[in-house]
Design a protein around this ligand. Structure first.
Ligand SMILES: *Cc1c(COP(=O)(O)O)cnc(C)c1O
Length: 637
């Protein structure tokens, strides 16, 4: 093991770079979690978490949530805003909200509301269903409730109801016609609302979501509509209800420049409106604060070239500068960061159940009598590789023999077993070539893809579509890291495939030096030891966007709280059971109870017909019932 150490493991898996201070590789080679930067003694070994999950008889894959990380992120965002505001002498406070669409899980929303209590941190809803949840959960009356998204009368009425409940609600107008509905309902109900306008910005948020701004954006009012909205509200005698200017130029902003530009543009609109006697009190800068998924600190789609501090600094100082130039009061600053708050706190832990090798068969047909020359030739090449110094020549010859063998098979010259032998020899030759090229100075072009060609596939007991939808949909990179053995050299080059019957069900986009890499190095599987791999930074969007492709349902979940007095520094606060097969079938309109009855009927008939022993029959019926009640993923011992 002397040729490997944890520094090299860090180099490979980049845990510190994407870990946000919460994850590190421990000296024992296990992944460690440090949820509280003020308490360096608090250190959770992920292996102990896995052992605890096993003791509780919870089947993998499992979503592991670290609530301390969620709380720490809420505190970090608020503290940074507050400190920056103080340092700048900015004259209004920060009042952030969490947009629940990023992760609507009740436990997540509750934790954020609780951690945000001292900061008057609020919630944002973008649909009726989300608003129903927010009305019940945003219990801090001083905190804001921001309403985005398209709204019907029912949505708006719920907003008015929230005002009657004493909540600090701001209805953000996404399209002009909503204004008429708001004024009509306000009159009908006799309640004066607080209104915001979402501006369609000209600045583009560079990154995957740049369509969120610009002339063709789905949401928001153009400059001329904003001016018309002011005239409309004045006419309706409602101008005093207009309090907030909102923009959102896209999620996962990769480049700090787009934030600077957006602040300048928004500050200009805000100050100009002030000059037009529109006394706005808030500017809401939306979401977009990014996550460095690949640890590259770059403007690649899965990264960002700025820190939370820089992001906040640009907002506070940018707004202050323009307001001071125009001699307009500093607005209260609102932001709607979702990704940045939630991404780190949750991950998916799966067991690698097997290795799929390109040369799985390794057939060697016995030579009986006169062997066909194709076989003899490739066998000779395989047996005498040292005699060939030129890798390109070996590659050409072997590839040529393999193609000839495939043709000969079609022409009924080679048997199936003989073709299998040629294939096996071919892969053995390629494997030897790959070993040889590892130390080579120069790799010919044809051979550069050898590593990819020979890469194994590690079969993970999970579904990409359920647990990592964005890796499939938009090629989002997520860190994949083994939970243990990082002090051992990982010797298997592989990609990760899931258990769905879909060839898209794979992860072949990994963080690393020449990011994105199509393969990752993991450890050799052992007969007597389970190998667990984590998919990290899944707390934002991935957690809640998954679908049930192949009827793989939601995962079992454990919620981890740190606890200094515990020898392992943590305890499982809650276990949330994932979907059973029954519940998944039920959503698809099946009736599992009547299915079980029908199956029982058929088995009973076989019993009466004497084709099945009654005892055995009952066991099969019970087995069917157990599977219905069971977990949708593979059961591994
Ligand atoms: C999605 C969304 C957000 C959240 O953005 P993040 O980049 O996840 O912080 C905020 N505001 C609006 C209007 C959104 O649509």
């Amino acid at each position: 093991m002397s040729d490997w150490n944890i520094e090299q493991a860090e180099e490979l898996y980049r845990v510190k770079r994407w870990g946000g201070g919460y994850f590190q590789i421990g000296d024992n080679g296990n992944l460690h979690i440090t949820p509280n930067e003020d308490d360096e003694h608090l250190r959770i070994d992920f292996k102990s978490v896995i052992e605890e999950i096993q003791r509780e008889n919870i089947q993998f894959p499992v979503v592991v949530r670290f609530h301390d990380i969620l709380r720490a992120q809420v505190a970090a965002l608020n503290d940074i805003f507050n400190k920056t505001i103080q340092a700048a002498g900015y004259e209004s406070p920060y009042m952030g909200v969490y947009p629940i669409k990023v992760n609507q899980m009740r436990e997540v929303v509750e934790e954020i509301v609780d951690a945000g209590q001292p900061y008057q941190f609020g919630l944002e809803a973008g649909s009726k269903a989300e608003l129903l949840a927010v009305l019940a959960y945003n219990t801090n009356e001083n905190a804001l409730t921001i309403l985005n998204g398209y709204k019907d009368d029912e949505f708006l009425k719920l907003a008015f109801m929230g005002m009657l409940m004493g909540r600090n609600i701001i209805i953000v107008v996404e399209k002009f016609s909503e204004l008429a509905a708001i004024t009509r309902l306000s009159r009908e109900l006799g309640i004066r609302p607080t209104i915001g306008l979402r501006a369609k910005m000209s600045v583009k948020g560079r990154g995957k979501w740049e369509g969120s701004s610009g002339d063709r954006a789905k949401f928001g009012l153009s400059i001329s509509e904003i001016v018309a909205a002011v005239a409309y509200l004045k006419k309706e005698d409602m101008l005093d209800t207009l309090k907030l200017l909102h923009f959102h130029i896209g999620s996962q902003l990769t480049d700090i420049r787009s934030i600077k530009e957006a602040i300048t543009e928004a500050a200009r609109i805000y100050t100009e409106l002030h000059h037009m006697d529109v006394k706005l009190e808030y500017v809401d800068v939306g979401g977009g604060l990014g996550i460095d998924y690949d640890g590259s600190k770059s403007t690649s789609d899965s990264s960002k070239n700025y820190s939370m501090k820089e992001y906040v600094g640009d907002i506070v100082y940018g707004m202050q500068e323009i307001c001071d130039q125009e001699q307009v009061p500093h607005p209260i600053l609102v932001s709607e960061s979702g990704r940045a708050l939630t991404a780190h706190h949750s991950c998916v832990v799966m067991e690698i159940v097997s290795e799929i090798k390109p040369n799985g068969g390794n057939v060697n047909a016995p030579i009986d009598g006169e062997e066909h020359f194709i076989l003899t030739n490739i066998r000779e090449l395989a047996d005498n590789l040292e005699a060939y110094p030129n890798p390109q020549e070996i590659y050409n010859d072997a590839t040529d023999w393999k193609e000839q063998a495939q043709n000969a098979f079609k022409l009924r010259v080679l048997s199936l077993e003989q073709l299998a032998t040629v294939e096996s020899l071919y892969w053995n030759i390629m494997d030897t070539l790959r070993q040889r090229l590892k130390t080579a100075q120069f790799i010919p072009e044809d051979l550069q893809d050898l590593e990819k060609l020979l890469a194994s596939q590690y079969l993970g007991n999970f579904s990409v579509f359920q647990s990592a939808a964005d890796t499939w949909a938009i090629d989002q990179g997520l860190p994949v890291v083994p939970i243990t053995r990082m002090h051992e050299k990982p010797t298997v080059t592989c990609s990760l495939v899931d258990i769905t019957c879909d060839s898209d069900g794979k992860i072949d986009h990994f963080v690393g030096e020449s990011s994105p890499n199509t393969t990752i190095a993991l450890h050799e599987l052992k007969e007597d030891e389970k190998y667990y791999v984590g998919l990290f930074l899944t707390g934002a969007y991935q957690d809640v966007m998954g679908d049930m492709h192949n009827l793989f349902g939601r995962l079992n979940e454990v919620h981890i709280f740190s606890y200094d007095d515990d020898p392992e520094d943590f305890y499982i606060e809650e276990i949330v059971r994932g979907s059973s097969v029954e519940s998944v079938l039920d959503i698809m309109q099946y009736n599992p109870k009547s299915m079980a009855k029908d199956v029982k009927k058929v088995i009973d008939k076989q019993i009466s017909a004497g084709k099945l022993n009654p005892r055995e029959g009952v066991r099969w019926i019970d087995f069917y019932d157990d599977c219905l009640a069971g977990y949708t993923y593979l059961k591994t011992s």
